[in-house]
Structure formats: C-alpha cells, structure tokens
Design a binder for this molecule. Structure first.
Ligand code: HEC
Length: 128
C-alpha cells in the first residue's frame, strides 16, 4: 500500500514537471510549429474535392451534390440527411455504416443500403 502511494506521488510529480516543461519547450521553438500550422491550413482551404466515386446515381440528393461539389459535397449532404433522419425519426443508433460497408473513397452500399435510404426519405417527407 505504501509503495503504491509512493508510486502515485512520484507519477504526480512527473505530471507536474511535464506541465511546467511543456509550455516552456513550446515557447522555445515557436517558429517551426507556426510555419507548419499555417501551411497545412492553407492546404485545407485549397483542397479540392475528388469527384464522386459513383457515376450513376439512384438518388437526387447525391447526384446533385456530386455534380456541384464532388465527394466532399456528397459527404456533407449525407451527413445532413442522416442527422435529420436521426432527429426526426425514431431510428436508435445509426451512422454511416448502417448503409455503407466501406467509407471513403468507395462508399459502397450494404445490401439494404439503398432500401433504407428510400425508407428514411419517404418517412422524412411524410413527417414534413
Ligand atoms: C440510410 C442509408 C445511408 C446512410 C445512413 C448513409 N448513406 Fe451515404 N449513401 C447512401 C446511398 C443509397 C448512396 C448512393 C446514392 C445514389 O446512388 O444516388 C450513398 C452515397 C454516398 C456518397 C457518394 C459516394 C461516391 O463518391 O459515389 C457519400 C460520400 C456518402 N454516401 C457518404 C455518407 C456518409 C459520410 C454517411 C454518414 C454520415 C452516410 N453516407 C450515411 C445511403 C446512406
């Protein structure tokens, strides 16, 4: 028991040292980390969406999003659709993998993925 206590105290001491040292080392080398951060932010801004993997669509939602903004837009549209379905329909725990067995970049559908999408869509329209 006493040994455990000593160990805990020692770990606490180490954590305290880490807390003091971390900000110090951070300020010691500001230039490189700042540069790296701003470069990667620029990259994000300019990153273009890849086109959608599908070339044929069964839904207007995804077809339109893909045409307008590629796969990123399709992803956003899907996220909104799933969020709306989750809030308005009593679906329990659902997520992207409820319908897709693989996510990026294929987003291939499970056997009942298309059927589920249509079911949710019909229910959402009825709920409006
Ligand atoms: C209710 C079933 C369902 C759920 C849940 C779902 N999807 Fe989809 N998703 C589909 C269907 C169906 C398609 C194909 C639409 C078509 O053919 O027009 C699709 C297509 C896509 C595509 C287009 C991919 C491409 O490049 O061809 C993306 C991206 C996508 N889904 C992302 C997501 C993400 C991210 C989530 C989770 C937030 C999600 N999906 C949840 C049914 C679903």
């Amino acid at each position: 028991m006493k040994r455990t206590l000593t160990l805990l105290l020692a770990l606490g001491g180490l954590a305290a040292v880490a807390l003091v040292v971390a900000p110090l080392t951070a300020t010691a080398v500001p230039a490189p980390s700042d540069t790296v951060r701003s470069v990667s932010m620029d990259d994000d801004d300019e990153e273009e969406s890849p086109p959608c993997h599908r070339t044929e669509f069964e839904t207007e939602l995804v077809k339109k999003a893909c045409a307008e903004g590629g796969q990123f837009a399709a992803k956003d549209a899907m996220k909104r659709f799933v969020r709306e379905a989750k809030t308005k329909l009593a679906l329990g725990e659902v997520d992207c993998r409820t319908c897709h067995d693989v996510l990026a970049p294929e987003y291939s559908l499970k056997a009942d993925g298309m059927k589920l999408f249509n079911e949710w869509k019909t229910k959402l329209e009825a709920a409006k």
